[in-house]
Design a protein around this ligand. Sequence first.
Ligand SMILES: NC(=O)c1ccc[n+]([C@@H]2O[C@H](COP(=O)([O-])OP(=O)(O)OC[C@H]3O[C@@H](n4cnc5c(N)ncnc54)[C@H](OP(=O)(O)O)[C@@H]3O)[C@@H](O)[C@H]2O)c1
Length: 355
Amino acid sequence: MSPARAFTSSTRPHRVVQWATGAIGRSVIRGVLDRDDMELAGAWVHTPAKAGVDAGVLAGRDPIGVTATGDAGDILDLDADCVIYAPSPAPDRFTELETVCRLLASGKNVISLNGFVYPQAHGPQYVNELEQACKRGGVSVHGSGISGGFMADLMPLMLARLSRRITHVYVREVSDFARHPSWQMVHHMLGFGKNEEAYLRALRPTRNAMRAVFSESLHLVAAGLGVDLDEIDVDVQHRLAGTDLTTAAGPVPRGTVAGARWTFSGLAAGRPVITLEVVHKADAARMGDEWGSPGYSLRVDGRPSLTLATDETWVSDAISAAAAHALNSVPVVCAAEPGIRTCLDLPMARGHMRI
Ligand SMILES: NC(=O)c1ccc[n+]([C@@H]2O[C@H](COP(=O)([O-])OP(=O)(O)OC[C@H]3O[C@@H](n4cnc5c(N)ncnc54)[C@H](OP(=O)(O)O)[C@@H]3O)[C@@H](O)[C@H]2O)c1
């Protein structure tokens, strides 16, 4: 078989549905339009004004004859192979679970940008509902993206292939929000620009949401290395702006919250074995080096120990990269046996060269 034939397991294009057309969703649609082994079967939108609009136009391209719908029923009724699931995060993971299970039960594989990289992290009830839905639809669910889905889990596991007697895995992710355009994200979700009292009041739901997302990556790394985590400790610290800062999304005045460091420690046999630090800065260039500069730092302690560090230029467009990871996973997910399929279960998803 030629390498090109081996690359696509299917003889006809995969029919892909995009669920939500935010930054990720629009990038996925453009990615589908640029590939001859995929076609867009449909698009679900949350914003009422987008319903009825051509999906190509929503993605900044010419019309393609696929009309976006706000009615989930239209998507459930479609004949399609796979849904790329990328809406704003739901208020709790069981709301997310319900939507994903409906899509699965309707016979569509789901590749999610919102978790599902290791659903086992949420316990047997969660797993059982997903497995039942996969069984009903004869399909699989898989989580993808960059973090989770790549830098916080898949990359450390790749690095760990080069080591033995591994004692600890460490990942640090530092993100700069100076150019992030969304006030919803910068102010409401991260809490930047809030006074300390308001920030601390909102911390409990944020803590639950952050734990839900990143516990999946920690449990995935642990499972990949053959250990069970007993628990995950979560610690969060914040910093106030020492001077007035201006982000693309809006102002972060002096004395309001401008940075946070989340530390997730996966414990086994009473000691941390996997540590993930997630650092958010409102304006990294003006906030100094405390907690590191933007980029990733990965370390596997073992024989030998390995480190891999990047600065913020490691990716020219993180949204495109997260979307591409999901799209490049479509062939292997669609070919998989039905069920929850993590990166530990699937053959390697590969990029797609166009000549
Ligand atoms: N794993 C990763 O590495 C990674 C990377 C980037 C993003 N993400 C996740 O992927 C998701 C999408 O990211 P994004 O950058 O595309 O965000 P975004 O630009 O804010 O788009 C989110 C879209 O969700 C829809 N939406 C808005 N409110 C909603 C609600 N209440 N219920 C359901 N849908 C709603 C809207 O779709 P319409 O415009 O179609 O109405 C909106 O455009 C987010 O959850 C984000 O956290 C993950």
